[in-house]
Design a protein around this ligand. Structure first.
Ligand code: SAM
Length: 211
């Protein structure tokens, strides 16, 4: 997602107390940002922030960090975040391909990938957030048994992700090609993209994998 440039978005983000501006400095020490010793969950490509704002409100005992590449999109997420009183949600404006510069081994308990960009051309496969290259980076930051939960409407991307995960030795904890007609829907939190696809009648595919 790329929104039209919002004037002043970069500055507003840099000055927001819920944005970490030099995230590399917290590598290995993210727990110090939050009260207590609660697990840390990430959403990579957090978009306009609906998913994280809702899940963080429902789970005060989990700490959340959203990673978003674009200032104009993160700006919208920060607007959403201001609508609720939360101390367990922070954001970083960052390209997830450098995630291992920001998080140390065993620092993260779960990663959400919601409606990641499909990069349909074969020569761009490495850029998909579920490619084996990205999965190897996630493995470096996740605790043993920590999960990646991936949702998409894109069947080609979903099947590609499944193949990549299996090739890289990840195990499947749950999988469905139709989340909204499955037992897993009761725990589901909708994202902006998901609301749109569901309203168009498209099935949502979901996998939960772990190493
Ligand atoms: N997760 C949201 C949802 O489900 O409504 C947004 C989905 S949107 C299709 C994908 C988002 O991922 C965009 O906001 C995009 O900027 C972000 N993104 C893509 N590649 C990224 C990367 N390498 N690092 C961080 N964010 C990324």
């Amino acid at each position: 997602m790329r929104l039209r440039n919002i004037k002043g978005a970069r500055e507003a983000i840099a000055n927001d107390k819920y944005v970490i501006n030099e995230p590399e400095k917290l590598k290995g020490n993210w727990k110090s940002l939050f009260e207590g010793d609660n697990p840390i969950h990430l959403e990579i490509g957090s978009g306009k922030g609906q998913f994280l704002t809702n899940i963080a409100s429902l789970n005060p005992n989990i700490n959340y960090i959203g990673i978003e590449k674009y200032s104009s999109v993160l700006y919208r997420a920060l607007e959403k975040r201001r609508e609720v009183e939360l101390s367990n949600l922070y954001f970083i404006r960052y390209d997830a391909q450098y995630i291992t510069s920001v998080f140390a081994e065993n620092e993260i308990s779960r990663i959400y990938l919601n409606f990641s960009d499909p990069w349909p051309k074969d020569r761009h496969a490495k850029r998909r957030l579920t490619s084996r290259q990205f999965l190897a980076k996630y493995e470096q930051c996740l605790k043993k048994g920590g999960q990646v939960i991936f949702k998409t409407d894109n069947l080609m991307l979903f099947d590609f992700s499944l193949e990549e995960a299996e090739a890289a030795g990840w195990k499947i904890e749950s999988i469905t090609y139709d989340l909204h007609n499955s037992e897993f829907v009761k725990d589901n939190i909708m994202t902006e993209y998901e609301e749109r696809f569901v309203s168009e009648g498209k099935p949502i595919h979901m996998m939960k994998i772990y190493k």
